[in-house]
Design a protein around this ligand. Structure first.
Ligand code: ATR
Length: 291
């Protein structure tokens, strides 16, 4: 069908605010969801120069749903009428929902990550979770570990103070055992591990690298999730796979955070079967695009 047949005066607009946004997968993702559900919505990505003006303008236009991406996920927080507790604990918002009082903020990265683990059959309740890295994505991973009931969570990072800042913030919102250590202390972490890789090592210039140098740790790793999805298999995933560790990349996290945003905006509860159908379409699309 042609765009002219799809977009009309009743179409609801959703938007992505970021800078730059030209590489974003979100328009494909959100418009695929709309197509699968046969609803009259459209999603576009916009380059935003002035975030405050953009949020006010969108509210004046009654834009019902907005995603916020780099570099605005933190800057947007004071512009909102309220923020979900998990998003507060993460310290970043990626989804705005229109309400009578202003935009309310959520973080659906955490929902995406939780779903991606569930799809792999990984349950972190009572387990030891090791988060590699202490950037934005690590904050979602650590918050998820606590909210999903991990027994112990370790933040492993080059720069100790960045890991400590995540620990200190998340413990203001949730109880749990959170420890900070460096890569040289990985061996001291006891028991079977679930590793969540959130550093940038494994993509771009570091595509042939892994943040873990001693692969013996994979002998007692129950599962590994890398939040990178380009490449589809990172060096750390390949290394872990040799030891028989089940691995997953970040594509499901990406897909399910988008589905969660759509559900928040529309109030729809998309059933699991339809979600899987959307996921399959997007995986196919993504794999074709990568070729
Ligand atoms: P994002 O917000 O996307 O998660 P980020 O804030 O740039 O990304 O965070 C990148 C993370 O990758 C940081 O934890 C960084 O470690 P430092 O806090 O020590 O800087 C980590 N990182 C980057 N390059 C790394 C490398 N070569 N080895 C280990 N960790 C690395």
């Amino acid at each position: 069908m042609d765009i002219v047949d799809l977009v009309n005066g009743k179409t609801t607009s959703f938007m992505l605010f970021g800078r730059p946004v030209f590489h974003s997968f979100s328009p494909v993702l959100q418009n695929t969801i709309a197509k699968a559900l046969n609803v009259n919505t459209i999603y576009t990505a916009v380059n935003v120069d002035n975030l405050e003006a953009a949020v006010k303008g969108a509210y004046a236009m009654r834009i019902k749903g907005i995603n916020v991406t780099v570099p605005y996920k933190e800057e947007v927080m004071p512009l909102l009428c309220g923020i979900d507790k998990k998003a507060e604990a993460i310290g970043a918002v990626n989804t705005l929902k229109y309400t009578e009082n202003g935009y309310y903020g959520y973080n659906t990265d955490i929902i995406g990550l939780t779903m991606s683990l569930k799809l792999q059959g990984i349950d972190i309740k009572g387990k030891t979770v090791v988060v590699l890295g202490a950037g934005g994505a690590a904050r979602a991973a650590v918050t998820m570990a606590l909210t999903e009931g991990a027994a112990k969570t370790y933040i492993v990072n080059r720069t100790r103070k960045n890991a400590e800042a995540i620990r200190d913030n998340v413990l203001k919102y949730y109880d749990g055992e959170v420890y900070v250590c460096g890569y040289s202390q990985l061996d001291d972490i006891e028991g079977e591990l679930i590793i969540i890789q959130t550093t940038s090592v494994g993509m771009g210039e570091g595509v042939y690298e892994s943040p873990i140098k001693d692969n013996k740790i994979f002998e007692r790793t129950a599962a590994l999730v890398d939040i990178i999805y380009n490449p589809m298999e990172t060096k750390i995933m390949a290394d872990a796979w040799i030891y028989g560790v089940p691995t997953a990349n970040g594509l499901d996290m990406l897909i399910y955070q988008g589905i969660a945003s759509f559900e928040i905006w529309t109030g729809f509860k998309i059933d699991d079967k339809t979600k899987l159908k959307i996921r399959d379409r997007l995986r196919l699309y993504y794999e074709r695009e990568k070729k």
